[in-house]
Design a protein around this ligand. Structure first.
Ligand code: ATP
Ligand code: MG
Length: 344
């Protein structure tokens, strides 16, 4: 049985700003729910940057990550100023985290949104495209950035999207590209999408041009199920989707690689409210739920997800989602976690 299985070791980064507060809430909930995981804490972010390490991560943390191949990460703060490298980009590239998965759904009527039935999963390619980092100064007045798209890269992300749809009972995968203009790069993505979709006859598929596609997503998000797209487009539409769901503080995301997976909230370290015990831990809790699902601990993932929804439905709200009239009680980060635990 599951309980006799050895606990899965997870590298846990407590992060900066509100990071430690929301991580503590998330870990308490995981523990109370009986998640079969064992946290191993790693140092990264401010505490490492401020020691003069411009990458924000030390060798000991790399060792733990490479051993465990699984990361639960709270948001970190990249110090202002030249020379500090974005740790998110470093982790993504070093660990080959090719898929960024962001489920976005409404929490109507408890969190304000125009789209109560919205339930979209955006699957964004995470390594290629204009974000491959190939930028050149051609002359003093001419600069260029290369858009890199590879067939294996397209195959991997598109197959991931269809497999995701299959595993989670999703009905449709929509591809978004601009292949009427970028016939080779986006054309390749679209061509691979068409080929791979044939292998999944039970899942509907369609393709939209990114400009009208993102406009329609913003106007009628309830018409979308799974969306697969390249790096830049995915970056933009996943923020649009989270914003119109009304739940930027609520969404979690998964960064998936061939060997390593990393789970995090989509928001930043919110230094403006750090240390006050008022941050909403839901985004990181949802990230932890995605991690459990990835590990196949589906029952526990559902248990936590349902307890989180019940807490929000019962009107226990942190200040960011508190609304006079709709909410029942304004709660702290810790009180919110307690309410979730009591509903497991
Ligand atoms: P970063 O550069 O680290 O991504 P950002 O500029 O995108 O940071 P966030 O840190 O995400 O900004 O914060 C944006 C706003 O949302 C802030 O006012 C912050 O207080 C609020 N916020 C972010 N996350 C939460 C949360 N979990 N609970 C409550 N408020 C939050
Ligand atoms: Mg941000």
């Amino acid at each position: 049985s599951k309980s006799t299985n050895k606990a899965v070791k997870v590298a846990v980064a407590q992060g900066d700003g509100i990071g430690p507060e929301i991580m503590s809430a998330a870990l308490n909930i995981l523990k109370s729910a009986g998640a079969n995981i064992e946290p191993e804490f790693i140092e990264l972010g401010e505490q490492v940057y401020l020691l003069g390490n411009t990458s924000g991560i030390n060798n000991e943390s790399w060792d733990i990550i490479n051993r465990n191949k699984l990361i639960l990460k709270a948001p970190i703060t990249t110090p202002q100023g030249k020379g500090y490298k974005s740790l998110n980009v470093t982790l993504r590239k070093s660990l080959g985290l090719y898929a960024n998965v962001r489920p976005v759904s409404a929490f109507h009527p408890f969190v304000k949104t125009n789209f109560p039935n919205m339930d979209v999963v955006i699957i964004r390619e995470n390594e290629e495209d204009l974000y491959a980092g190939i930028e050149h100064q051609q002359t003093q007045d001419v600069v260029q950035c290369l858009k890199l798209i590879t067939r294996p890269g397209c195959e991997r992300i598109i197959r991931y999207a269809f497999e995701y749809a299959k595993a989670y009972g999703r009905k449709k995968v929509t591809c978004m590209v601009k292949d009427n203009i970028m016939k080779r790069t986006d054309g390749l993505f679209h061509e691979v999408f068409n080929d791979i979709s044939l292998e999944y006859p039970n899942i509907k598929s369609d393709s939209q041009i990114i400009d009208i596609g993102s406009a329609k997503l913003a106007a009628n998000p309830e018409n979308y199920d799974v969306i697969v797209t390249s790096n830049l487009y995915g970056d933009i539409i996943s923020d649009i989707a989270a914003e119109i769901a009304g739940s930027v503080g609520m969404a979690g995301s998964a960064n998936i690689g061939a060997n390593v997976a990393m789970f995090e909230a989509i928001h930043g370290s919110a230094p403006d409210i750090a240390g006050k015990n008022i941050a909403n831990p839901s985004g990181l809790i949802n990230a932890a739920v995605l991690m459990l699902a990835h590990l196949g601990q589906l029952e526990i993932a559902d248990k936590i997800k349902n307890a989180l929804l019940a807490t929000i439905e019962d009107g226990y709200h942190t200040p960011d989602i508190y609304q006079e009239g709709t909410s029942k009680k304004k709660v702290s980060t810790q009180e919110f976690a307690k309410e979730v635990i009591s509903r497991l």
